[in-house]
Design a protein around this ligand. Structure first.
Ligand SMILES: CC(C)(COP(=O)(O)OP(=O)(O)OC[C@H]1O[C@@H](n2cnc3c(N)ncnc32)[C@H](O)[C@@H]1OP(=O)(O)O)[C@@H](O)C(=O)NCCC(=O)NCCS
Length: 160
């Protein structure tokens, strides 16, 4: 019965707030074993102005998160982080979070960086129209490279 309800329950995408700090911390640690943000960064992402922050909720549990940083002077929405708990992946939640965040940012283009070996995320970004524009060598603490990816907003309804 629980399995059936997990498969059939609709997922909600809702604004995230500081009250989501505990679940966000668990998601961060489960999803980024090498690069988990420290607590202060998590508090910042849940409270700073000009950040679109959304959570994916299934059966009352927060199972995913995305934050987009509005860089108005550049006209860029920077996808700062996106993560879905391992047990809930490949159900369209990552894509749904990304699309919802882009819709709310309303910038002329979107940009992000991703570990060069993060094939799952890169495939998702490519499917969603992102293209590699740069590589930052040694960007991560362990010396790993980051790909910079970018997408123009096809909606044409820009705030900046
Ligand atoms: C990247 C991530 C958010 C994707 O979440 P998700 O809910 O599984 O994504 P979706 O189900 O919406 O899948 C979207 C697309 O991503 C790609 N993808 C996701 N997981 C994949 C995998 N294991 N293998 C290959 N492609 C994959 C596919 O193209 C997929 O589309 P499809 O299912 O139609 O083929 C998730 O894998 C994650 O949390 N990873 C750890 C954190 C992370 O690396 N974040 C990105 C930081 S830049």
């Amino acid at each position: 019965m629980l399995l059936i309800s997990l498969i059939t329950s609709p997922m909600d995408i809702l604004p995230a707030t500081l009250r989501d700090l505990g679940p966000l911390r668990r998601i961060e640690q489960a999803c980024f074993p090498k690069d988990a943000w420290p607590l202060l960064d998590l508090i910042a992402v849940l409270t700073y102005p000009d950040v679109v922050r959304l959570k994916a909720v299934l059966n009352g549990q927060m199972v995913g998160f995305i934050a987009g940083d509005l860089r108005r002077s550049e006209g860029v929405g920077w996808i700062a982080t996106i993560a879905v708990l391992p047990a809930y992946r490949r159900r369209g939640m990552g894509r749904a979070l990304l699309r919802a965040c882009e819709r709310q940012m309303k910038t002329s283009h979107f940009r992000l960086c991703v570990r060069a070996e993060n094939i799952e995320a890169i495939k998702m970004y490519e499917q969603e129209g992102y293209e590699q524009t740069d590589i930052w060598r040694g960007y991560y603490n362990d010396g790993g490279n980051a790909l910079v990816m970018e997408k123009y907003n096809p909606d044409g309804e820009f705030l900046c």
